[in-house]
Design a binder for this molecule. Structure first.
Ligand SMILES: NC(=O)C1=CN([C@@H]2O[C@H](COP(=O)(O)OP(=O)(O)OC[C@H]3O[C@@H](n4cnc5c(N)ncnc54)[C@H](O)[C@@H]3O)[C@@H](O)[C@H]2O)C=CC1
Ligand SMILES: CC(=O)C(=O)O
Length: 327
């Protein structure tokens, strides 16, 4: 067997706040032989690898960390894409689209030829739109291209509901669905504590006002953290590293992730079974009429962004050639 096949590797594109935090989380909870960090900022990349390496010399069996090239990243078992601009205080995730689509396109040119077995995990924003274009730019089967989507929002939802209900977050089963962005919504009709439906568990507390407060807390969480410290990193570090584990361990864990929804014509978050081949299958969910409408509105908004991005791309020779190579 070749040496390459004996190793499991996760490549992280982007060695900024998020990329370094995903790497650190993977080093603290080893699930693969090596983590490869890639970034065009050479000094930053070398410093991050040295600093992260210092966290691995404590005597435990460790995952190795090294810097690498885009070409090497394209052969990894999982490629986590954090490369891209981040929001400034007050900016929306969608405002990053044009800059981050160019970066995404250049990444696929540099990684080519990408291994047909690689699973791509998109983190950079706007994550649903970038997941949609990564499918096209990579040429990989759509089950192998996924975005962290509303996994982070759902973790935030579990956190705030746990405080209100005075139970552990791990006892809350509740999802934020749709866009990892302003049109996201909570699937209240399916939420439970243990196996008790939320409406029974919280009874009188669960008013419209209570739900609106929780939704606004969850939707606004990133903006509030960014306004105070300039980025969010630990929550997404944990979410992305956990998804890598579900993939490499073929754990068949169900999580809300962004992936292509053929009937909606875009990528957005719905629950899916995650395993070694990426999205193994969608997990059907019975939404009520209001939630169904919110899902359709959310998809309509995302499709409009995709349409205008596609028009912009046609006017941009470099990007339109990159997309044509695979469509
Ligand atoms: N999906 C989610 O839930 C979350 C997404 N994010 C997103 O993650 C992205 C990264 O955020 P930060 O790490 O805070 O930003 P950052 O600015 O600290 O790091 C981004 C890094 O990407 C690098 N980069 C640029 N072009 C590259 C290329 N072609 N190949 C490899 N690396 C490249 C830059 O040099 C930079 O070091 C942003 O788009 C942010 O909005 C952040 C938190 C949560
Ligand atoms: C930045 C971002 O997308 C988040 O923390 O949710």
């Amino acid at each position: 067997m070749s040496e390459q096949r004996l190793k499991t590797s996760i490549a992280i594109l982007g060695a900024g706040d998020v990329g370094a935090t995903v790497a650190y989380t993977l080093l603290q909870n080893p699930i693969c032989s090596e983590v490869i960090l890639v970034d065009p900022k050479k000094e930053l990349l070398e410093a991050q690898v040295r600093d992260l390496g210092d966290a691995t010399y404590g005597g435990r069996a460790a995952t190795r960390i090294r810097l690498g090239t885009h070409q090497e990243a394209g052969q990894a078992d999982v490629v986590v894409i954090t490369a891209g601009a981040k929001q400034k205080p007050g900016e929306t995730r969608l405002s990053l689209l044009s800059r981050n689509l160019h970066i995404l396109s250049s990444i696929f040119t540099s990684m080519s030829p990408i291994s047909p077995h690689t699973i791509l995990l998109l983190v950079a924003n706007p994550v649903d739109i970038l997941t949609y274009f990564a499918r096209k730019l990579s040429g990989l089967p759509e089950s192998q291209v996924l975005g962290t989507g509303t996994s982070l929002d759902s973790a935030r939802l579990r956190g705030i509901l746990a405080q209100k209900a005075e139970v552990s977050p791990s006892s809350i089963d509740a999802y934020v669905l749709g866009e990892h962005g302003d049109s996201q919504f909570v699937a209240w009709s399916n939420a439970s504590i243990g196996s008790t439906p939320l409406r029974l568990a919280l009874s009188a507390k669960l008013s419209d006002e209570f739900k609106a407060d929780i939704e606004s807390h969850t939707r606004g969480a990133a903006g509030a953290i960014i306004a105070a410290k300039g980025c969010t990193a630990y929550g997404i570090g944990n979410v992305a590293a956990s998804i890598c584990k579900y993939i490499l361990f073929d754990s068949r864990t169900v999580r809300p992730l962004s992936f292509y929804q053929p009937e909606l014509g875009c990528c957005l978050s719905m629950p899916a079974v995650i395993g070694r081949k990426g999205i193994l299958r969608a997990m059907p969910m019975q939404l009520d009429e209001d939630e169904r409408k919110l899902l359709e509105d959310c998809a309509e908004g995302l499709r409009a962004v995709i349409d205008s991005a596609e028009k912009e791309l046609k006017a941009d020779n470099e990007l339109s050639h990159a997309l044509e190579r695979h469509t």
